[in-house]
Design a protein around this ligand. Structure first.
Ligand SMILES: C[S@@+](CC[C@H](N)C(=O)[O-])C[C@H]1O[C@@H](n2cnc3c(N)ncnc32)[C@H](O)[C@@H]1O
Length: 295
């Protein structure tokens, strides 16, 4: 149900909601855009033309109720509205899946930058720990001829990822498989030229100190990397030689202080051509390495 309101009334409402939360302007504007249908240019225009009427896609009272749930209960806005923009996609999200992060968008760029689509066969790839399906969906869209597998041990996450795939018209393009890391892909072992993963990598002792928006609402299954944060990365790297095709690439996201440790794991597992990639803040957050035997 839409609602008419003057620009001046909207600005007054916005000021009131931010009184006790002055740092949360970007979050409130995000909510106004996603649920109210009011983008940044229109919000700017409110300041220039306060008497102009506006049409909000949802009544202000409903937006305000979501806002207070976010402020008082630390519920992530993405869960409250049930969706999250990521790259050029809008993904459905729920507390069963990690809210896809901006830095993870770079993992897709790194995969696309390998030039695998230039070979004679369509790219084959797998995404381990798919969560909302963000990485798998981005690859399937970027490489329409590719064959992809997406794994998660959480049935609820896989169901949501598959639903995201259906909404994007990708039914049948990705095989969604439930289980632990490489295990559900046993029939593909030795045949995968590209595997990427953003596994849980936060050291267990740090979980209690996370921002409550994350700590109290996002699934610990998606965050908890064990004592040193490397448990899942260790398992994934350990299975890589067996599962990757000769010369196949493994692309990993990791915590900002794990670059050296992950490089050592990759080297010890016999992977080659190690590369490190940085996030937008310049932190080493990604590792790339290949199985031996590439052309
Ligand atoms: C950090 S989240 C990443 C989700 C998504 N790929 C993204 O980048 O937003 C890690 C995912 O790994 C899954 N996971 C945790 N342990 C797993 C395991 N042993 N085997 C398979 N998936 C696992 C979690 O359920 C979660 O969806």
């Amino acid at each position: 149900m839409a609602e008419n309101i003057s620009a001046a009334a909207l600005l007054a409402w916005r000021r009131r909601l931010l009184l006790d939360y002055p740092d949360r302007g970007p979050a409130l504007d995000w909510l106004l855009e996603l649920e109210g249908g009011l983008g940044w240019p229109q919000l700017q225009a409110c300041r220039l033309y306060p008497e102009r009427p506006l049409l909000l896609e949802r009544p202000l009272g409903q937006l305000e109720a979501l806002w207070w749930r976010h402020c008082h209960g630390d519920e992530p806005l993405q869960y409250l509205v049930g969706r999250c923009p990521w790259r050029d996609l809008e993904l459905q999200v729920a507390p069963a899946v990690l809210i896809p992060r901006q830095e993870t968008e770079l993992l897709v760029e790194l995969a696309l930058g390998l030039g695998l689509e230039q070979g004679s066969a369509p790219p084959r790839w797998a995404d381990l720990g798919t969560g909302s399906g963000c990485l798998a969906l981005a690859l399937a869209l970027a490489w329409p001829e590719s064959c992809g597998w997406a794994v998660d041990c959480s049935g609820a996450a896989l169901a949501l990822a598959a639903a995201n795939g259906g909404r994007l018209g990708l039914d049948g393009r990705i095989q969604w498989r439930q289980g632990a890391w490489w295990q559900p892909l046993e029939d593909q072992w030795g045949r995968l030229p590209l595997v990427l993963s953003n596994p849980p990598y936060i050291p267990s002792a740090l979980l209690a100190g996370l921002d409550p928006v994350v700590r109290d609402h996002e699934p610990w299954l998606a965050l908890d990397g064990g004592g040193d944060g490397l448990d899942c990365l260790r398992e994934i790297v350990a299975g890589a030689r067996r599962a990757l095709a000769p010369g196949g690439w493994l692309l990993l996201e990791h915590h900002h202080d794990q670059s050296l440790a992950v490089a050592q794991l990759l080297a010890a597992a016999g992977l080659e051509e190690l590369r490190v990639a940085r996030d937008l803040e310049g932190k080493a957050r990604f590792a790339l390495a290949r199985a031996p035997g590439g052309a």
